[in-house]
Write a protein of this length. Structure first.
Length: 347
Protein backbone atom coordinates (compact mmCIF):
# COMPACT_ATOMS: atom_id res chain seq x y z
CA UNK A 1 0.00 0.00 0.00
CA UNK A 2 1.19 3.54 -0.68
CA UNK A 3 0.97 6.63 1.46
CA UNK A 4 -1.83 7.99 -0.70
CA UNK A 5 -4.16 5.21 0.46
CA UNK A 6 -6.70 6.41 3.02
CA UNK A 7 -6.98 3.98 5.95
CA UNK A 8 -10.51 3.86 7.35
CA UNK A 9 -11.63 2.55 10.74
CA UNK A 10 -15.28 1.44 10.76
CA UNK A 11 -17.05 1.71 14.13
CA UNK A 12 -20.27 -0.23 14.65
CA UNK A 13 -22.28 0.11 17.89
CA UNK A 14 -23.99 -3.25 18.32
CA UNK A 15 -27.21 -3.90 20.23
CA UNK A 16 -29.16 -6.62 18.43
CA UNK A 17 -27.21 -7.56 15.35
CA UNK A 18 -27.33 -11.36 15.36
CA UNK A 19 -29.34 -11.45 12.13
CA UNK A 20 -27.78 -8.50 10.28
CA UNK A 21 -24.07 -8.59 11.17
CA UNK A 22 -23.09 -11.63 9.04
CA UNK A 23 -24.37 -9.96 5.86
CA UNK A 24 -22.79 -6.63 6.81
CA UNK A 25 -19.41 -8.29 7.35
CA UNK A 26 -19.71 -10.12 4.06
CA UNK A 27 -19.75 -6.65 2.48
CA UNK A 28 -16.96 -5.33 4.70
CA UNK A 29 -14.75 -8.30 3.73
CA UNK A 30 -14.58 -6.90 0.20
CA UNK A 31 -13.37 -3.50 1.45
CA UNK A 32 -10.28 -4.67 3.33
CA UNK A 33 -8.22 -4.47 0.16
CA UNK A 34 -7.70 -1.21 -1.70
CA UNK A 35 -10.80 0.36 -3.24
CA UNK A 36 -11.22 3.29 -5.59
CA UNK A 37 -13.83 5.96 -4.89
CA UNK A 38 -15.97 7.50 -7.66
CA UNK A 39 -13.47 10.40 -7.85
CA UNK A 40 -10.46 8.10 -8.01
CA UNK A 41 -9.29 8.29 -4.38
CA UNK A 42 -7.80 5.05 -3.03
CA UNK A 43 -9.04 3.83 0.33
CA UNK A 44 -9.32 0.66 2.37
CA UNK A 45 -10.94 -0.49 5.59
CA UNK A 46 -8.06 -0.80 8.05
CA UNK A 47 -10.11 -2.23 10.89
CA UNK A 48 -13.65 -2.69 12.12
CA UNK A 49 -14.46 -1.91 15.76
CA UNK A 50 -17.67 -3.47 17.07
CA UNK A 51 -18.90 -2.19 20.43
CA UNK A 52 -21.34 -4.52 22.19
CA UNK A 53 -23.92 -2.43 24.06
CA UNK A 54 -25.73 -5.29 25.84
CA UNK A 55 -28.70 -6.20 23.68
CA UNK A 56 -30.91 -9.21 24.16
CA UNK A 57 -30.27 -11.62 21.26
CA UNK A 58 -27.35 -13.91 20.34
CA UNK A 59 -25.16 -11.02 19.21
CA UNK A 60 -22.17 -11.79 21.55
CA UNK A 61 -21.74 -15.27 20.11
CA UNK A 62 -22.08 -13.97 16.55
CA UNK A 63 -19.40 -11.34 17.26
CA UNK A 64 -17.00 -13.95 18.61
CA UNK A 65 -17.52 -16.17 15.57
CA UNK A 66 -16.93 -13.26 13.21
CA UNK A 67 -13.76 -12.24 15.06
CA UNK A 68 -12.25 -15.73 14.86
CA UNK A 69 -11.78 -15.45 11.10
CA UNK A 70 -11.02 -11.72 10.96
CA UNK A 71 -7.85 -10.45 12.67
CA UNK A 72 -8.83 -6.89 11.69
CA UNK A 73 -12.02 -7.04 13.78
CA UNK A 74 -11.76 -5.50 17.26
CA UNK A 75 -14.41 -6.23 19.86
CA UNK A 76 -15.16 -3.73 22.61
CA UNK A 77 -17.31 -4.93 25.50
CA UNK A 78 -19.18 -2.42 27.67
CA UNK A 79 -20.12 -3.15 31.28
CA UNK A 80 -23.82 -2.47 30.61
CA UNK A 81 -26.12 -0.77 28.11
CA UNK A 82 -25.03 2.86 27.78
CA UNK A 83 -26.77 3.82 24.53
CA UNK A 84 -25.77 4.28 20.92
CA UNK A 85 -23.76 7.47 21.27
CA UNK A 86 -21.59 6.38 24.23
CA UNK A 87 -21.00 3.05 22.48
CA UNK A 88 -19.96 4.89 19.32
CA UNK A 89 -17.54 7.06 21.31
CA UNK A 90 -16.07 3.94 22.93
CA UNK A 91 -15.42 2.51 19.47
CA UNK A 92 -13.89 5.75 18.22
CA UNK A 93 -11.49 5.74 21.18
CA UNK A 94 -10.31 2.27 20.15
CA UNK A 95 -9.82 3.20 16.47
CA UNK A 96 -6.56 4.06 14.74
CA UNK A 97 -7.37 4.92 11.13
CA UNK A 98 -6.80 8.13 9.17
CA UNK A 99 -10.58 8.37 8.98
CA UNK A 100 -13.32 7.00 11.21
CA UNK A 101 -16.64 5.90 9.76
CA UNK A 102 -19.60 5.17 12.04
CA UNK A 103 -22.28 2.90 10.64
CA UNK A 104 -25.35 1.10 11.99
CA UNK A 105 -25.67 -2.66 12.41
CA UNK A 106 -29.03 -2.95 10.64
CA UNK A 107 -27.77 -2.97 7.05
CA UNK A 108 -29.63 0.15 5.90
CA UNK A 109 -26.35 1.92 5.12
CA UNK A 110 -24.14 0.53 2.38
CA UNK A 111 -20.46 0.48 3.49
CA UNK A 112 -19.42 0.86 -0.15
CA UNK A 113 -20.72 4.45 0.09
CA UNK A 114 -17.72 5.27 2.27
CA UNK A 115 -15.96 6.24 -0.95
CA UNK A 116 -18.63 8.87 -1.66
CA UNK A 117 -18.21 10.36 1.82
CA UNK A 118 -14.42 10.41 1.39
CA UNK A 119 -14.64 12.18 -1.97
CA UNK A 120 -16.83 14.88 -0.43
CA UNK A 121 -14.46 15.36 2.52
CA UNK A 122 -11.47 15.78 0.22
CA UNK A 123 -13.29 18.08 -2.20
CA UNK A 124 -14.62 20.42 0.50
CA UNK A 125 -11.74 20.01 2.98
CA UNK A 126 -14.31 18.92 5.57
CA UNK A 127 -13.42 17.01 8.72
CA UNK A 128 -16.95 15.62 9.21
CA UNK A 129 -19.22 14.34 6.43
CA UNK A 130 -22.76 13.15 7.17
CA UNK A 131 -24.58 10.83 4.81
CA UNK A 132 -27.65 12.66 3.49
CA UNK A 133 -30.35 10.13 2.55
CA UNK A 134 -31.79 10.80 -0.89
CA UNK A 135 -34.78 8.56 -0.11
CA UNK A 136 -37.03 8.53 2.94
CA UNK A 137 -35.77 6.45 5.89
CA UNK A 138 -37.94 3.32 6.34
CA UNK A 139 -39.25 4.31 9.76
CA UNK A 140 -42.79 5.41 9.01
CA UNK A 141 -44.31 8.84 8.46
CA UNK A 142 -44.80 9.80 12.13
CA UNK A 143 -41.26 8.99 13.22
CA UNK A 144 -39.72 10.73 10.22
CA UNK A 145 -41.87 13.82 10.84
CA UNK A 146 -41.02 14.02 14.55
CA UNK A 147 -37.33 13.53 13.76
CA UNK A 148 -37.31 16.45 11.31
CA UNK A 149 -39.25 18.62 13.76
CA UNK A 150 -36.87 17.82 16.63
CA UNK A 151 -33.84 18.71 14.52
CA UNK A 152 -35.39 22.03 13.50
CA UNK A 153 -36.03 22.87 17.17
CA UNK A 154 -32.39 22.18 17.98
CA UNK A 155 -31.38 24.34 15.00
CA UNK A 156 -33.19 27.25 16.60
CA UNK A 157 -31.59 26.61 20.00
CA UNK A 158 -28.08 26.27 18.57
CA UNK A 159 -28.38 29.04 16.01
CA UNK A 160 -27.03 26.79 13.24
CA UNK A 161 -28.30 24.43 10.56
CA UNK A 162 -26.05 21.46 11.32
CA UNK A 163 -28.57 19.46 13.35
CA UNK A 164 -30.76 18.78 10.30
CA UNK A 165 -27.76 16.91 8.86
CA UNK A 166 -27.26 14.58 11.83
CA UNK A 167 -27.02 10.97 10.74
CA UNK A 168 -25.45 7.86 12.26
CA UNK A 169 -23.56 7.22 8.99
CA UNK A 170 -20.64 9.66 9.21
CA UNK A 171 -17.06 10.03 8.06
CA UNK A 172 -14.81 11.86 10.55
CA UNK A 173 -11.15 12.79 10.32
CA UNK A 174 -9.43 10.36 12.70
CA UNK A 175 -7.68 12.86 14.95
CA UNK A 176 -10.83 14.97 15.25
CA UNK A 177 -12.96 11.93 16.10
CA UNK A 178 -10.58 10.64 18.76
CA UNK A 179 -10.13 14.10 20.29
CA UNK A 180 -13.89 14.55 20.51
CA UNK A 181 -14.24 11.15 22.19
CA UNK A 182 -11.65 12.20 24.77
CA UNK A 183 -13.40 15.40 25.91
CA UNK A 184 -17.08 14.40 25.55
CA UNK A 185 -18.63 14.09 29.00
CA UNK A 186 -21.60 12.22 30.39
CA UNK A 187 -24.88 13.32 28.80
CA UNK A 188 -23.26 15.02 25.80
CA UNK A 189 -24.88 14.37 22.43
CA UNK A 190 -22.24 13.00 20.06
CA UNK A 191 -23.12 15.11 17.02
CA UNK A 192 -23.27 18.31 19.06
CA UNK A 193 -19.80 17.57 20.44
CA UNK A 194 -18.46 16.90 16.93
CA UNK A 195 -20.05 20.11 15.67
CA UNK A 196 -18.01 22.13 18.17
CA UNK A 197 -14.72 21.19 16.50
CA UNK A 198 -15.40 19.94 12.97
CA UNK A 199 -16.08 21.51 9.60
CA UNK A 200 -19.34 19.86 8.58
CA UNK A 201 -20.78 18.94 5.20
CA UNK A 202 -23.02 16.24 3.69
CA UNK A 203 -22.98 13.72 0.85
CA UNK A 204 -26.03 12.17 -0.78
CA UNK A 205 -26.53 8.40 -0.46
CA UNK A 206 -29.44 5.96 -0.78
CA UNK A 207 -30.64 4.00 2.23
CA UNK A 208 -31.55 0.33 1.93
CA UNK A 209 -34.20 -1.65 3.72
CA UNK A 210 -33.16 -3.17 7.03
CA UNK A 211 -31.50 -6.58 6.78
CA UNK A 212 -34.13 -8.20 9.02
CA UNK A 213 -37.64 -7.71 10.33
CA UNK A 214 -36.45 -7.05 13.87
CA UNK A 215 -38.07 -4.47 16.10
CA UNK A 216 -36.38 -1.10 16.46
CA UNK A 217 -34.27 -0.70 19.58
CA UNK A 218 -35.80 2.76 20.04
CA UNK A 219 -39.22 3.17 21.60
CA UNK A 220 -40.90 6.57 21.51
CA UNK A 221 -39.82 7.03 25.12
CA UNK A 222 -36.21 6.40 24.10
CA UNK A 223 -36.54 8.83 21.21
CA UNK A 224 -37.88 11.55 23.51
CA UNK A 225 -34.95 11.00 25.88
CA UNK A 226 -32.63 11.10 22.84
CA UNK A 227 -34.14 14.43 21.78
CA UNK A 228 -33.89 15.88 25.28
CA UNK A 229 -30.20 14.97 25.51
CA UNK A 230 -29.68 16.74 22.20
CA UNK A 231 -31.41 19.85 23.58
CA UNK A 232 -29.34 19.79 26.78
CA UNK A 233 -26.14 19.47 24.75
CA UNK A 234 -27.02 22.31 22.40
CA UNK A 235 -25.76 24.99 24.78
CA UNK A 236 -27.65 27.67 26.66
CA UNK A 237 -30.22 28.36 23.95
CA UNK A 238 -33.03 26.84 26.02
CA UNK A 239 -32.08 29.04 28.99
CA UNK A 240 -32.26 32.07 26.73
CA UNK A 241 -35.80 31.10 25.76
CA UNK A 242 -36.67 30.81 29.47
CA UNK A 243 -35.21 34.29 30.04
CA UNK A 244 -37.26 35.60 27.14
CA UNK A 245 -40.43 34.06 28.59
CA UNK A 246 -39.67 35.67 31.94
CA UNK A 247 -39.16 39.09 30.35
CA UNK A 248 -42.30 38.68 28.23
CA UNK A 249 -44.36 37.68 31.28
CA UNK A 250 -43.06 40.68 33.21
CA UNK A 251 -43.97 42.96 30.32
CA UNK A 252 -47.48 41.51 30.07
CA UNK A 253 -47.86 41.85 33.85
CA UNK A 254 -46.90 45.54 33.77
CA UNK A 255 -49.21 46.13 30.82
CA UNK A 256 -52.15 44.47 32.61
CA UNK A 257 -51.41 46.49 35.76
CA UNK A 258 -51.57 49.72 33.76
CA UNK A 259 -54.85 48.65 32.15
CA UNK A 260 -56.37 47.76 35.52
CA UNK A 261 -55.18 51.07 37.02
CA UNK A 262 -56.60 53.14 34.15
CA UNK A 263 -59.84 51.17 34.26
CA UNK A 264 -60.14 51.89 37.99
CA UNK A 265 -59.65 55.61 37.38
CA UNK A 266 -62.25 55.70 34.62
CA UNK A 267 -64.74 53.46 36.42
CA UNK A 268 -64.20 53.83 40.19
CA UNK A 269 -67.13 51.56 40.97
CA UNK A 270 -65.88 48.60 38.93
CA UNK A 271 -65.28 45.44 40.97
CA UNK A 272 -61.99 43.71 40.35
CA UNK A 273 -62.82 40.03 39.80
CA UNK A 274 -60.98 37.11 41.34
CA UNK A 275 -60.92 35.27 37.99
CA UNK A 276 -58.30 37.61 36.53
CA UNK A 277 -56.21 37.17 39.66
CA UNK A 278 -56.38 33.37 39.38
CA UNK A 279 -55.43 33.50 35.70
CA UNK A 280 -52.38 35.63 36.45
CA UNK A 281 -51.32 33.39 39.34
CA UNK A 282 -51.70 30.18 37.35
CA UNK A 283 -49.90 31.48 34.26
CA UNK A 284 -46.97 33.03 36.13
CA UNK A 285 -46.56 30.09 38.50
CA UNK A 286 -46.59 27.71 35.50
CA UNK A 287 -43.83 29.71 33.83
CA UNK A 288 -41.85 29.75 37.08
CA UNK A 289 -42.09 25.96 37.40
CA UNK A 290 -41.10 25.53 33.74
CA UNK A 291 -38.09 27.77 34.27
CA UNK A 292 -37.03 25.92 37.40
CA UNK A 293 -37.40 22.59 35.60
CA UNK A 294 -35.16 23.68 32.71
CA UNK A 295 -32.54 25.06 35.12
CA UNK A 296 -32.69 21.82 37.13
CA UNK A 297 -31.97 19.80 33.97
CA UNK A 298 -28.85 21.84 33.26
CA UNK A 299 -27.77 21.55 36.89
CA UNK A 300 -28.32 17.78 36.70
CA UNK A 301 -26.02 17.48 33.69
CA UNK A 302 -23.34 19.50 35.51
CA UNK A 303 -23.72 17.41 38.69
CA UNK A 304 -23.35 14.12 36.78
CA UNK A 305 -20.10 15.36 35.25
CA UNK A 306 -18.83 16.78 38.57
CA UNK A 307 -19.49 13.47 40.35
CA UNK A 308 -17.39 11.63 37.78
CA UNK A 309 -20.15 9.64 36.13
CA UNK A 310 -18.46 7.83 33.22
CA UNK A 311 -19.79 8.12 29.71
CA UNK A 312 -19.12 4.39 29.33
CA UNK A 313 -17.00 1.65 30.91
CA UNK A 314 -14.99 -0.85 28.86
CA UNK A 315 -14.48 -4.39 30.21
CA UNK A 316 -12.98 -7.61 28.88
CA UNK A 317 -15.12 -10.21 27.14
CA UNK A 318 -17.43 -11.51 29.91
CA UNK A 319 -17.37 -14.96 28.29
CA UNK A 320 -13.68 -15.28 29.21
CA UNK A 321 -14.05 -14.08 32.79
CA UNK A 322 -15.87 -15.15 35.99
CA UNK A 323 -19.26 -14.42 34.43
CA UNK A 324 -18.56 -16.97 31.69
CA UNK A 325 -17.40 -19.84 33.89
CA UNK A 326 -19.62 -22.87 33.70
CA UNK A 327 -20.93 -21.87 30.27
CA UNK A 328 -18.01 -23.29 28.30
CA UNK A 329 -16.17 -26.59 28.28
CA UNK A 330 -12.95 -26.80 30.27
CA UNK A 331 -10.97 -27.51 27.14
CA UNK A 332 -12.52 -24.66 25.16
CA UNK A 333 -10.08 -21.78 24.99
CA UNK A 334 -11.00 -18.70 23.06
CA UNK A 335 -8.53 -16.16 21.83
CA UNK A 336 -8.93 -12.71 23.30
CA UNK A 337 -6.49 -10.97 20.97
CA UNK A 338 -9.31 -9.18 19.19
CA UNK A 339 -10.92 -7.79 22.35
CA UNK A 340 -10.20 -4.40 23.83
CA UNK A 341 -9.42 -4.69 27.54
CA UNK A 342 -9.92 -2.09 30.29
CA UNK A 343 -7.50 0.78 30.04
CA UNK A 344 -7.84 4.53 30.15
CA UNK A 345 -11.01 4.53 28.03
CA UNK A 346 -13.27 5.75 30.85
CA UNK A 347 -14.68 9.11 29.85
Amino acid sequence: MTNCTHAVSVVIPVYQGAQTLPHLFAELDTLIEANTSPNGNIWRVREVVCVYDHGYDQTPQVLRELAEARPWLKLVWLSRNFGQHPATLAGISASGGDWVVTIDEDGQQDPRDIGILLDTALEEHATLVYARPLNNPPHGFLRNLTSRTAKKIVNVLMGSKNSTNYNSFRLILGEVARSASAYAGSGVYLDVALGWVAKVTTAGIHLREEGSNRQSGYSYRNLIAHFWRMVMSSGTGFLRIVSFLGAFTAFVGILLAIIVFINKLVNPDVQIGWSSTIIVILSTSGLIMLSLGVIAEYVGVAVNMAMGRPLYLVTSDPHNGPLGRGKQDNGDEESSNTSIHPSSDIQ
